[in-house]
Design a protein around this ligand. Structure first.
Ligand code: ATP
Length: 749
């Protein structure tokens, strides 16, 4: 196994000299395979959960979380709470290493070094940080060329689930945290956030290259001309959204790039992304948290727990970057930033896995900016300067967010430009924009980047300047769905580069529950659970994840008709609409966002109090990432997974996580009637589309889709749950494509 590891690291950075790090002492349950897993985390072997009292105390204090008794934990907990023996969650390590081996192939590059040439250049051993990462003393071998970092601050306790009272109080603490305006991390975060998101402050214009001289003091003119303040920070789009709402100014500023055809392109690419996600095998394993060892931090119960004691100015960061960081309000570094910054600044490769919402974006952006700072300046007249840093993100939302963050950090670097290329915009517009505002940092989604590689003049040459390649949400990018695109991209950038892989794990601050109920009850249950949550927390901020875009639309309409304050985001909405809603949700409280998986990864919404997942998540990783939208920045959060009885098999893929079963809350007759009334108001075409999408989604699920007869029965149960006893007809063509022709129970047209 270690041999495999070296191979993979070498491939990630074949240019670097051979260095070995001494292996750290691992807990007895860690085997050498853990090393491989650290490079490609989805290959991890599950070992066991260790009980940890400190976490227990932190999490569960005395005040009852809620008085509701109906939503208490039911059976099943004890079994799940036991310390388990080692069990593999990964089934295709061999496949992954094959893929990595293929990456070596010169054919991908159309020439280059031979294996022999590569051999012996980079070799690294993974150093396990089996200890508290907040510690300032790190046993790091300075000569290493690749490092693997895992935020080991999460230690999942073994659970016997006999601690209702402790659970209760934990959520009080959470609520207090969220409500307490006075001090503490929550306050810090909201202060910082609010300053960040004040009008214009975050404004990432579409043309992020900011070469035009900028007033350093007032400092926000991000366009060359910088005349129209609205265009400085965003713009009003010409075109109305498909739902008729006016587009307003938005700070992410990609809106004005959208063409008249945006919706189509948007749908195409995002559906693509989703299909890729959905097509993924659910056999991929859970992340590293199961391997974590080491002492717990006593401060972890506070919402500053994600922060370390280190300050940015303790490291060799340029003064202008430090100034930018100060302006954003970052004082201390987060744990993952502290652990990775010095290593990346030394030019080493890094794979970092840390909890969601703990500042990974800054962790890779800041040193990436330093890569540009430390490179020879690009001549002002150079139309197509080399791209020095290439950041790849799996979704548009994430790409926009990373570019916005980069832009914020670059406030005092007027000569460094950032651009974002994503789907949902016309390629030609992006081409023009890139020409008009050359950049050294490019943030991209894989599909669109590949488009530019193939269709944008001079782009391939520009990519040959890449010194640092960042894969954000690396596990997803290295996964099957994106693999081909990533291979092409890796083949298009120099071998002599730094590679930074960042990926996420679940924060321990999130309490996870699951609830099993038949489809016919699910909408009433969803409504009841949301109502209870809203009653509990006036500052509620909820994300409801649904299986597909069309089911998302249906659920959003349903909740809207039930007088809940709801917004929706999914791939059938235009990018401008998505950005606008995303912005609104980021800043709001008292709002429910119903969304498909386009919001699952990396999107940073502060203070989300509850994440509900309705129906089968695409796989365990997606489940984790969705859940990671709450419990960010050390705050607490709640997660509820709502499954039908025949979806319970999914739980086996997340059994390494401390998830507990909740019993079904009772739904009073009034609520039932209310939900039925709301359902009857949902547009018929929305229900029809939801039915078809539902069928398609579960049809492509390996387990549910296996028995087509059963699948159709279940789909019709879903139809009835929407109030349609007669299932909507589906075109013969689509049924044929789904392999569902002539299955009894389906209506065709
Ligand atoms: N040093 C810091 N101090 C305070 N806040 C920070 C610091 N670094 C980053 N943040 C903020 O923390 C929040 C979470 O950061 P970010 O979105 O990068 O997390 P993440 O780890 O990438 O999450 P995910 O895994 O979900 O993508 C953001 O609002 C970011 O601005």
């Amino acid at each position: 196994m270690p041999v495999k590891l070296f191979l993979q690291l070498r491939l990630l950075n074949p240019a670097l000299p051979v260095t070995c790090l001494p292996p750290m002492k691992l807990g007895p349950s860690i085997s050498s395979s853990a090393n491989l897993s650290r490079i490609f985390p989805f290959k991890l072997k599950y070992r066991c959960f260790l009980p940890n009292d400190q976490f227990g105390i932190r999490r569960f204090s005395s005040r009852p979380f809620r008085s509701r008794t109906e939503f208490s934990r039911g059976g099943g907990g004890g079994e799940r709470g036991e310390v388990r023996t080692a069990k593999s969650l990964i089934e295709d390590e061999a496949e992954l290493s094959d893929w990595v081996s293929e990456l070596k192939s010169d054919s991908l590059r159309g020439g280059g070094e031979s294996d022999g040439e590569r051999g012996g250049r980079a070799r690294a051993r993974v150093r396990d940080r089996g200890r508290d990462l907040n510690s300032t003393k790190r046993r790091r071998r300075e000569s290493s060329d690749s490092e693997v970092f895992e935020d080991s601050s999460r230690r999942a306790p073994a659970r016997s689930f006999s601690r209702n009272s402790r659970i209760s109080s934990r959520f009080d603490a959470g609520n207090d945290d969220r409500r307490g305006g006075g001090g503490g991390g929550g306050d810090f975060s909201s202060r910082r956030k609010s300053s960040r998101f004040q009008e214009g402050k975050l404004g990432m214009s579409s043309s992020i290259g900011r070469r035009g001289g900028r007033d350093m003091e007032s400092g926000y003119d991000r366009n060359r001309g910088g005349t129209d303040s609205r265009r400085r920070f965003g713009f009003v789009d010409k075109k109305d959204d498909d739902d008729g709402e006016d587009r307003k100014e938005n700070k992410f500023g990609i809106v004005d790039l959208l063409s008249e055809e945006e919706s189509d392109i948007d749908e195409e690419e995002d559906e693509n992304v989703l299909q890729k996600e959905n097509a993924k095998s659910s056999s991929f394993g859970l992340d590293k948290q199961v391997n974590e060892k080491g002492p717990a931090k006593s401060s972890v119960g506070k919402s500053e727990s994600y922060l370390s004691d280190a300050r940015f100015d303790q490291f060799l960061v340029s003064p202008l970057s430090l100034k930018g960081i100060k302006d954003v309000g970052y004082e201390k570094m987060t744990v993952v930033q502290e652990a990775t910054l010095p290593v990346i600044l030394k030019g080493k490769d890094v794979l970092a896995k840390a909890k969601t919402g703990t500042g990974k974006t800054v962790a890779f952006l800041l040193p990436s900016i330093e890569v540009v700072v430390n490179s020879p300046p690009t001549g002002r007249d150079q139309k197509r300067p080399p791209i020095l840093v290439l950041v790849i993100c799996p979704t548009r939302e994430l790409a926009c967010q990373a570019a916005a963050e980069a832009n914020t950090l670059l406030k005092y670097h007027p000569s460094i430009g950032v651009q974002v290329v994503i789907g949902g915009t016309r390629l030609a517009l992006e081409q023009k924009r890139m020409q008009a505002n050359p950049c050294q940092i490019l943030v991209a989604t894989p599909g669109r980047l590949k488009d530019h590689m193939e269709n944008t003049a001079g782009f391939a040459t520009r990519l040959m300047g890449v010194k640092a390649l960042v894969l954000d949400e690396a596990d997803q990018l290295l996964d099957m769905g994106f693999r081909k695109d990533i291979e092409r991209i890796i083949a298009a950038v120099p071998k002599e580069r730094q590679t930074l892989l960042f990926s996420a794990t679940v924060p321990e601050e999130v309490r996870q529950m699951y609830l099993v109920a038949p489809l016919e009850k699910q909408f009433s249950l969803l409504y009841t659970l949301l109502k209870e949550h809203i009653a509990d927390d006036v500052e509620y901020k909820v994300i409801v994840f649904c299986t597909t875009a069309m089911v998302t639309r249906m659920v959003a309409e349903l909740l809207g008709e039930s007088n809940m304050n709801v917004r929706e985001i999914h791939s059938r909405k235009s990018q401008s609409y998505r950005t606008k809603v995303s912005d609104e949700f980021r800043k709001s409280k008292g709002l429910i966002l119903v969304t498909s998986d386009v919001s699952a990864r990396g999107v940073d919404y502060p203070d989300v109090t509850l994440v509900m997942q309705v129906g089968l998540p695409a796989d365990n990783k997606q489940y984790i990432h969705r859940l990671g939208r709450t419990g960010r920045k050390g705050k607490e959060g709640e997660g509820i997974l709502l499954l039908a009885p025949w979806e319970e098999f999914f739980l086996s893929s997340i059994k390494a996580l401390p998830i507990t079963k909740a019993s079904e809350p009772s739904v009073d007759p009034d609520t039932k009637r209310k939900v039925e009334r709301a359902l009857s108001k949902v547009e018929m075409k929305t229900k029809e589309a939801a039915y078809q999408a539902w069928l398609g989604y579960y049809n492509s699920n390996k387990t549910v889709g296996r028995d087509k007869y059963k699948l159709v029965e279940l789909a019709n149960e879903f139809s009835r749950s929407m109030g349609l006893d007669n299932p909507p007809a589906i075109s013969k063509l689509i049924l044929g494509k789904m392999g569902l022709r002539n299955i009894p129970g389906l209506r065709s047209r």
